[in-house]
Design a binder for this molecule. Structure first.
Ligand SMILES: [Zn+2]
Length: 271
């Protein structure tokens, strides 16, 4: 592993070496799946500042993907590649947002549209057009969630695609399995009806249950074909369902730019 042997201060040189050597290993770098929640400025009292990335850093990170030659995919494009209907780009990446906050549409979307970066949002069906209610109200101000009008606008732009994050942000490890099955199926059916396509991408709220066989089986039986955890790492590419849920790269609000580089190239920034 030549890249590991290089001193960290030689990051730029490492990137240059990787670019030089890419031609003989186009698919071995895996699929980095970036996981975001909120883009904006967190309220001062928030204990969950790590879930909010500033607009400045978000813009720098999206620019980094472009500068380093990544092709960002919509869910539907990833599905087509893995079904053999279109070729894989040399350096694919997937930008994902959990929950469907209004700031995704109001702050992240314009930046991505300007820079030509595509993304994907896991929606919590019952909170669309309302506020989130899954954080501690003592420290976290409630946040506006996207409206259906915003979903429609983003969908029409070709910049964002959508997946499911249950009906109510259900903890799929704690809830009775019947409830888990019901929410997974209902969210898929209702999103399908409103979005006009069949959403087969799913992210487990809190990452809970992703590695419990009965929960993962429930997602499959509900008709999902791509399931995402919050385990840190670069996903295998090409990915197959029997490899387990896709790990992701949690992009934290307090990450440095070097952390971002380490996440993208090593699969984690904090050792
Ligand atoms: Zn969530």
């Amino acid at each position: 592993m030549i890249e590991y042997a290089l001193p960290l201060s030689c990051a730029a040189a490492a990137a240059a070496v990787s670019a030089r050597w890419n031609w003989w290993r186009p698919l071995r770098r895996g699929l980095p799946v970036l996981m975001y929640h909120k883009v904006g400025v967190p309220p001062p009292a928030s204990k969950l500042k790590k879930l909010t990335v500033s607009p400045e850093e978000f813009r720098w990170q999206m620019g980094w993907l472009k500068r380093h030659g990544y092709t960002t995919l919509l869910f539907r494009e990833m599905h087509d590649i893995l079904e053999g209907r279109r070729p894989s780009p040399e350096k694919p990446a997937l930008v994902t947002f959990d929950d469907g906050y209004a700031n995704n549409a109001e702050i992240a979307f314009p930046i991505m549209k300007e820079l030509g970066v595509k993304g994907n949002i896991f929606l919590v069906h019952d909170t669309l057009g309302k506020e989130n209610d899954w954080h501690d109200p003592a420290t976290e101000a409630r946040l506006k969630m996207m409206t259906w009008a915003q979903v429609d606008e983003l969908k029409a732009s070709g910049v964002m695609d959508f997946g499911s994050h249950t009906m109510t942000h259900l903890n799929c490890a704690d809830a009775p399995i019947e409830k888990v099955r019901a929410e997974m199926a209902e969210a898929k059916a209702k999103l399908k009806e409103r979005l006009g396509f069949d959403p087969v991408f799913f992210a487990y709220p809190y990452g809970a249950g992703a590695y419990l066989p009965k929960v993962r089986e429930a997602a499959y039986l509900a008709g999902y074909r791509y399931d995402f955890s919050v385990r840190q790492g670069i996903a295998p590419w090409p990915w197959k369902i029997e490899m387990g849920p896709l790990p992701r790269l949690f992009i934290r609000g307090d990450d440095s730019r070097f952390d971002f580089h380490l996440n993208m190239t090593r699969g984690k920034a904090r050792f």
